[in-house]
Design a binder for this molecule. Structure first.
Ligand SMILES: [Zn+2]
Length: 327
């Protein structure tokens, strides 16, 4: 279902079945004249997403032949339907970094199983990695992207949209800022009632450090209307940025305590010592769904990398898995 936000900006709620994120907010900037429309983020390449998005576009009278697509980042719940929805002349914008990573994942099958093995996942768990929705519902190849980067400007429906690089949630995450109207399309950089997942990436050091830096970067913009890619908005963006930074600080302190008590622990086992909230309740590690374990352990690994970069922890490799120690 499509809903008006203000002026010619609309949102289409795309369900993400079985996913704790619940839905994706796709945004549409509709051009009232002869100009092109912009669709921001698309949903998983699965039928319930496809139906909702195509239905919403229909309600808004959007013809994809007159529409370009902006992907805030490479994740499948944002990019999954992009290529199949794009019209012949549609541009599909994404950062160079995320676009290239995505094509590598799609064409070379570059999964992350090798990396996840070093975190302590069992072979049995690794065998079902490809069932992970973030892999399974990714878009099809061939994907052809138009790369955009920090400082570039896109003009759609009378809105001048500045591209802002916000590396952290993914290495090439982008936000769009409409300075005249004080609107920011946030992707997954700032979410309001869940904390954006921060995980490790091959070739992208210190993701949590980058993420916090990128939060500081956008906090200098005047934002009246923040538009996150999942769920709604509560409070101001400045308040939310403060809360997210505090959350990571608390997480790091919890982690340091657990490391102190369990020298030599693996990222996987350390994740089991942390508190997690999934579907609005605190979960024990034993009944934690595997689909969420990839995210949870990745998040732990990102925090460990943050501490490693700052000399607060050290690690040893036993030939298969990393073991972490204080100091
Ligand atoms: Zn994401």
């Amino acid at each position: 279902m499509a809903a008006n936000i203000e002026g010619n900006i609309f949102t289409i709620s795309v369900p993400l079945p079985g996913n704790p994120l619940r839905n994706l907010n796709s945004y549409v900037i509709r051009s009232e004249g002869r100009g092109r429309n912009l669709l921001i983020d698309t949903g998983f390449r699965m039928q319930p997403c496809r139906e909702a998005l195509i239905g919403g576009l229909g309600e808004l009278g959007i013809d994809m032949r007159d529409t370009d697509i902006f992907l805030t980042h490479q994740h499948a719940d944002h990019s999954g339907l992009a290529m199949e929805l794009a019209g012949e002349n549609s541009k599909v914008y994404i950062s160079r970094r995320d676009g290239e990573m995505l094509i590598n994942i799609l064409t070379k099958g570059l999964g992350r199983t090798e990396e996840y093995r070093t975190f302590g996942f069992s072979e049995e768990e690794l065998a079902s990695f490809w069932e992970n929705p973030s892999v399974k519902y990714q878009q099809d190849v061939p994907a052809v992207f138009t790369h955009v980067g920090d400082g570039e400007v896109l003009n759609y429906g009378g809105h001048r949209l500045e591209v802002i690089a916000t590396p952290g949630h993914t290495p090439g995450h982008l936000c769009l800022y409409d300075r005249a109207n004080k609107i920011m399309f946030l992707g997954d950089h700032v979410l309001f009632d869940i904390t954006p997942n921060i995980t490790t990436w091959p070739g992208f050091d210190d993701p949590l450090g980058h993420y916090v830096h990128s939060l500081m970067d956008i906090s200098i913009f005047d934002v009246r209307l923040p538009l996150p890619a999942h769920r709604g908005v509560k409070g101001t963006m400045a308040e939310r940025i403060g809360t997210i930074i505090e959350h990571h600080g608390a997480r790091i302190r919890e982690m340091l305590d657990a490391l102190e008590a369990n020298p030599g622990i693996t990222p996987y086992d350390l994740s089991g010592k942390m508190t997690w909230r999934v579907h609005g309740r605190t979960n024990s590690w034993a009944d934690f769904p595997l689909a969420q374990k990839w995210f949870a352990v990745g998040e732990t690994a990102a925090h460990l990398e943050y501490l490693l970069c700052r000399g607060r922890v050290r690690r040893e490799f036993d030939g298969r898995v990393w073991h972490y120690y204080i100091g």
